[in-house]
Design a protein around this ligand. Structure first.
Ligand code: OSB
Ligand code: MG
Length: 368
């Protein structure tokens, strides 16, 4: 199997409603689509999940494009690499830029599974038929958050995550708890707190949250360990975990009891699976994080989240959570809180070429 060409695209689409956090208000999503074609005519797809500005991690759409064009695609070409495991190995010599690496690596996983005529979930080792679906509420006011939560619970979502900061935490969490006493509810702070807020965070212990995600700094595991010792609510780390080594250090220090795995944040599916395996052996629950993504990345997330250690519903919602129309067909649907795993080869969804064309703002082809 040899790669014949790689096509990079930037797409842009407005969100159905704003995604509000204390760090950023996302109104519109740009992403990079990677299409890898082989000499037999098969096509593998990946999605670069960096945002337009570096508010969540240091990468952006533009830095990802630069890394892909000037380093990662030439690296594949130079060494005749066509498998995801070889690509992950070759990319190790370049520091960081995990989302750009994952965009290519995930496209190669899709291609590999299509070559093998198997669903990607099966290639990764899953036997599940469906996965439970969770949703994120990131509304600008408590009233709006309550309204959205009601609608998502009615739609069947099995777990709701809210975004909190010192500006809204106790009001929002207590209001939702009053209205939905039995709901599987968790809160993500995206580093809105410091150890000085330990009193505020201890007050949240009363509300039976499934977990508290990334309360402290994005690059910290020391203070999180100090905080975890004072909280009964499990801490889940997101931003702090960029690799298996990060996960090992955080677990050994007691910085968290749960890990959010995002394929883009950790540099690809291979590293994501290594973190899963490490946690699975130690009975540490993991779940699959979300990046307000389009259907290609969502499909890769579904395959990953079908592995046995993913015991908590992830931030994997239906295509209609954010988009009036997705770039894949069929769109991802949530039925009774579950997403069925496609039985088709690869990611299991086709590209909606017409929709993709409509939203493409930049395109470049690299011949091999
Ligand atoms: O994809 C989703 O549904 C939202 C997931 C989410 O909360 C999120 C979205 C963008 C950036 C960071 C985060 C996060 O988990 O911290
Ligand atoms: Mg998070």
């Amino acid at each position: 199997m040899k790669i014949s060409s790689i096509v990079l695209k930037i797409i842009k689409m407005p969100l159905k409603s704003p995604f509000s956090t204390h760090l950023e208000k996302v109104l519109e999503r740009e992403a990079i689509i990677v299409e890898i074609r082989d000499r037999d005519g098969l096509r593998g797809y990946g999605e670069g999940v960096a945002f337009s500005s570096p508010w969540y991690t240091e990468e952006t759409v533009k830095t990802s494009w630069h890394m892909l064009k000037d380093f990662f695609i030439p690296e594949l070409k130079r060494h005749g690499i066509s498998t995801p495991v070889e690509a992950a190995e070759a990319f190790k010599k370049y520091r960081g830029n995990h989302m750009a690496k994952a965009a290519v690596e995930t496209a190669l996983w899709d291609l590999q599974a299509k070559r093998d005529h198997r669903p990607l979930s099966r290639l990764l080792g899953s036997v599940r038929e469906s996965i439970p679906s969770g949703v994120v509420v990131a509304a600008p006011t408590t009233e709006e958050a309550v309204r959205q939560t009601e609608a998502y619970v009615r739609d069947g979502y099995k777990r709701v995550k809210i975004k909190i900061s010192p500006d809204n935490d106790l009001k929002l969490v207590s209001e939702l708890r009053n209205r939905f006493p039995g709901l599987d509810l968790m809160a993500d702070a995206n580093s809105a707190y410091s150890l000085e807020d330990v009193g505020r965070l201890k007050a949240l212990d009363e509300f039976g949250l499934l977990m508290l995600e990334q309360p402290l700094a994005h690059d910290d595991i020391i203070d999180h360990a100090k905080l975890q010792r004072q909280l009964s609510t499990p801490i889940c780390l997101d931003e702090s975990i960029g690799s298996l080594e990060d996960a090992r250090r955080a677990v050994e220090l007691g910085s968290c009891r749960v890990i959010n795995i995002k394929i883009g944040r950790v540099g690809g599916l291979l590293e994501a699976m290594k973190i899963h395996d490490y946690c699975y052996e130690r009975n540490i629950p993991v779940w699959c994080g979300g990046m307000i993504e389009f259907g290609i990345s969502r499909a890769h997330n579904i395959a990953l989240a079908s592995l046995p250690g993913f015991t908590i519903p992830g931030d994997i919602s239906g295509s209609d959570r954010y988009w009036t129309q997705d770039i894949i067909t069929p769109e991802i649907k949530v039925n009774n809180g579950e997403i069925e795993i496609s039985r088709s080869a690869g990611i299991g969804y086709d590209i909606n070429e017409k929709r993709l064309r409509e939203v493409t703002v930049k395109e470049e082809t690299f011949a091999f």
